[in-house]
Design a protein around this ligand. Structure first.
Ligand SMILES: [Zn+2]
Length: 491
């Protein structure tokens, strides 16, 4: 039924497509220089989150930009960097779409950048384009190099251009909030809801951040996994002991930790901790269809990574991402580089668990703790004292660290379908639909607290070096991003 619905609508949409897209593309083609000029100006303002003076310059510049593009804009002060907020309302509109973008960027290591990260450079492959700012046309495969070219200033400029291209023909009220602290974990964002709840009210939240699928097709993302980190330490003797004098008699904590970790997963990479997957409902046929339709090239990925056979948590990469995971990100015990013949005092594993919507952090940490106890361990959050060491044959310390919950809007829900169909209609083909992104986004608490359906609408190229040196944007992604955002404004 649902399959029929989407394929039928896609067919209808494909008939309508062409005209709308051509109109936006024609507009873009004749305004490339102006759009690129605005982008250049914005990229020239340094935007590392701790650089308060420049952060405010960014916020003020963006406020002016949004006003020039016909919005009513203001700065919303928070405990940290200001939010830029703007609205453009449509008389009689029943719905409001709130866009989320961020204007801060990751810190820069100047020694690793080929050119100044805040002096945008245009390149065709390895060739610098001289005097590019004066050009009228910018080919798709050129790239602009600057901090935040992709993450996340391109969406700000594309958002403004999309409004112009539509010439006010919006189907809903358009509101936008632009964060100045995303790369610092958005510490002030959720609290801002308390202060500005009325402004942030919406029918739908669209998140303009992150890259499209590596195959370059328009992409929607309906959720992201959360994370909780854990440090697990297993204790041996109080002091490192001679392995000749005491080997075979004093238990070795590295071996004990290895046994403990091995008890947490089977040979196929599936977690054997009781209840680990229990709260995740079985995927429906339609959900599987959405996952299967993502055009991942798994053989190419395995070849790139040098891995013969993936874990068997899901039937595919996308299916695997629908479940919580348990990952050992590092281990430490004794001496390796200058070997000493000792029995170490302790062994530590640094673990991260990726979470899904149905598996909140606290519950999953409890499940891990219960599992460790079932293996005969006394588990505490602090270092064991002498009395504890003498009382319990097996002692472990489990300490949870950084936590961020997951979020997901069902791809089949009404608002999610609305966005899917808007893009299908504009592009004449269904977008890549990512049910759950594997990584974690700091705005998940904001999304959960706002309580509105949220859909990610990424526009930038996947190979943009975001967070790293020589960040760049493929010019064609800016142009196609404007078309994609125009589609979301016309729905
Ligand atoms: Zn970002």
């Amino acid at each position: 039924m649902t399959i029929l619905r989407i394929s039928l609508l896609a067919a209808v949409a494909a008939l309508a497509y062409g005209q709308e897209r051509a109109a936006v593309e024609t507009w873009v083609a004749s305004h490339q220089r102006r759009i690129m000029g605005e982008f250049d100006e914005l990229l020239r303002i340094p935007n590392v989150g701790t650089d308060r003076a420049n952060i405010r310059r960014n916020a003020e510049f963006i406020r002016g930009l949004l006003e020039r593009h016909g919005m009513q804009a203001e700065l919303l002060e928070t405990a940290g960097n200001p939010l830029v907020y703007a609205e453009r309302n449509v008389p009689g509109a029943a719905r409001t779409v709130l866009y989320y973008i961020h204007y801060d960027g990751q810190p820069v290591d100047l020694s690793r950048w080929k050119t100044d990260p805040f002096r945008p450079v245009m390149r065709d492959g390895a060739w610098d384009i001289a005097g590019w700012a004066a050009l009228e046309k910018f080919p798709d495969d050129w790239r602009i190099y600057a901090r935040s070219a992709s993450d996340d200033k391109a969406p700000i400029v594309a958002f403004c251009a999309a409004m112009d291209a539509l010439e006010g023909k919006f189907a809903s009220n358009i509101h936008v909030v632009i964060d100045g602290e995303e790369e610092m974990g958005s510490p002030s964002l959720t609290a801002a809801i308390g202060r500005y709840r009325d402004k942030l009210k919406a029918s739908l939240l669209l998140i303009l951040d992150g890259p499209v699928h590596p195959n370059g097709r328009p992409t929607l993302a309906f959720g992201a996994r959360g994370i909780v980190t854990l440090d697990l330490t297993v204790y041996g003797p109080k002091m490192a002991l001679h392995s000749g004098h005491y080997g075979n008699w004093i238990p070795n904590p590295a071996i004990r930790l290895a046994q403990l970790l091995a008890s947490m997963k089977d040979e196929q990479g599936r977690t054997t901790i009781e209840g680990f997957y229990a709260d995740v409902p079985a995927l429906t046929a339609e959900e599987r269809r959405v996952l299967r339709s993502v055009p991942d090239d798994e053989p190419a990925l395995l070849k790139l990574f040098g891995v013969a056979k993936p874990d068997a948590v899901g039937e595919s990469l996308q299916e695997a991402l629908q479940f919580p995971s348990l990952n050992v990100r590092g281990m430490r015990s004794g001496y390796v580089d200058e070997p000493r013949t000792i029995i170490p005092t302790e062994a530590t594993a640094a673990i991260d668990m990726r979470l899904v919507k149905e598996t909140p952090a606290a519950r999953m940490v409890e499940r891990v703790r219960a599992h460790i106890e079932k293996q005969g361990y006394h588990v505490s959050e602090s270092e064991p004292d002498d009395a504890t060491r003498l009382k319990y044959p097996k002692v472990a310390r489990l300490k949870a660290g950084e936590t961020m919950e997951a979020y997901r809007t069902e791809p089949e829900s009404a608002e999610a379908m609305r966005v899917t169909l808007a893009l299908t209609r504009m592009w004449g083909a269904e977008p890549v639909r990512i049910r759950t992104m594997g990584g974690t986004v700091p705005i998940a608490p904001f999304i959960r607290e706002l309580g509105v359906p949220a859909v990610g609408v990424p526009i930038v190229n996947f190979d943009n070096n975001q967070h790293s040196d020589n960040e760049n944007l493929r010019v064609g992604n800016l142009w196609s991003g404007i078309v994609t955002l125009a589609a979301t404004m016309g729905m």
